[in-house]
Ligand binder design. Structure first.
Ligand code: SAM
Length: 272
């Protein structure tokens, strides 16, 4: 078999054994991740690597980790969270005054180990306090990586992880646990973490005021991205906001439907 055939065998193996929707990922991306694992396991050919995967379940799980790289941090890209704090969250709170529901609904799609989701919760709690409004906030954090979801649910982070957070916010929203920091129950109670593969979502009703999908779908095929952006558009309420990663761009029909609020920070709004 040549390398192309081997790659196909490997794609099938990943799809069937890991239940990972590999068809939506670009070849170039798979190859890069694969080369990294082959280097680390000192394997010389895809053929040899396939043999290794078949006999070593541990390597299968490492490959999955490599495919779903889950690097994240609290207040990642501070400029984005600055706009959220100063402009977007106050607008969402004001909009709620004329809304039929008093629940602010937020979705962190591809939330990894939860840092983005907790950052959002902290900023909404701060915003609501400042505005003296009694609205509820309900945040969904979803990811394809079950290990990350478990970490997110625990809400315990190493000391160096909270360094990017303002000290007054750490004091207010975290409690020290040995050398680590745990998110307080008063924050956790606003969040639900669950497994969700973004390549398989069915369109749902417009329920969200804010959706973030940052640094998750960079490696998705273009058609999948276009479909997903439209799904996000449909799932937002009127005047809802969508935020993507700083190095990502909006494509497809959703590009014409969303209004750009801040291009540098990739903030978009659904006007109708
Ligand atoms: C780099 S992290 C981004 C975390 C956070 N959004 C941020 O920007 O800091 C990418 C996350 O996307 C998740 N992911 C990758 N493919 C996914 C898919 N098909 N469905 C849901 N999550 C996925 C990975 O498991 C990983 O946790």
């Amino acid at each position: 078999m040549n390398d192309k055939d081997n790659l196909l065998v490997l794609r099938n193996l990943i799809q069937n054994k890991l239940h990972f929707e590999i068809t939506q990922y670009k070849d170039r991306y798979i190859e890069r991740r694969l080369n990294a694992r082959m280097g680390l396991t000192h394997v010389k050919s895809i053929n040899e690597y396939i043999a290794l995967l078949k006999k070593d379940p541990d390597e299968l799980s490492k490959l999955k980790d490599a495919l779903t790289i889950n690097v994240t941090e609290f207040f990642r890209n501070p400029g984005t969270f600055n706009i959220l704090e100063k402009s977007i969250i106050p607008q969402i709170i004001t909009n709620k005054e004329s809304d039929s529901t008093d629940v602010i609904k937020v979705w962190s799609a591809g939330c990894s180990s939860g840092e983005e989701t907790y950052t959002l919760a902290i900023l909404f709690l701060e915003g609501l306090k400042k505005s003296h409004k009694k609205f509820k906030v309900s945040i969904n954090g979803t990811d394809i990586d079950r290990k990350s979801i478990l970490t997110a649910k625990t809400g315990i982070y190493e000391g160096n992880k909270v360094k990017s957070i303002r000290k007054d916010l750490v004091d207010k929203y975290f409690q020290p646990v040995g050398d680590d920091y745990e998110i307080k129950p008063s924050v956790k109670q606003h969040i639900r973490f669950s497994f969700l593969d973004l390549t398989g979502i069915n369109k749902k009703a417009p329920i969200y005021d804010l959706i973030l999908c940052r640094n998750v779908i960079i490696y998705f095929k273009e058609d999948m991205k276009k479909e997903l952006f439209l799904n996000f558009y449909d799932m937002l309420r009127k005047n809802g906001f969508f935020i993507q990663g700083k190095n990502e761009s909006l494509i497809g029909d959703a590009k014409d439907q969303f209004v750009t609020v801040n291009l540098a920070e990739r903030v978009y709004k659904k006007m109708k």
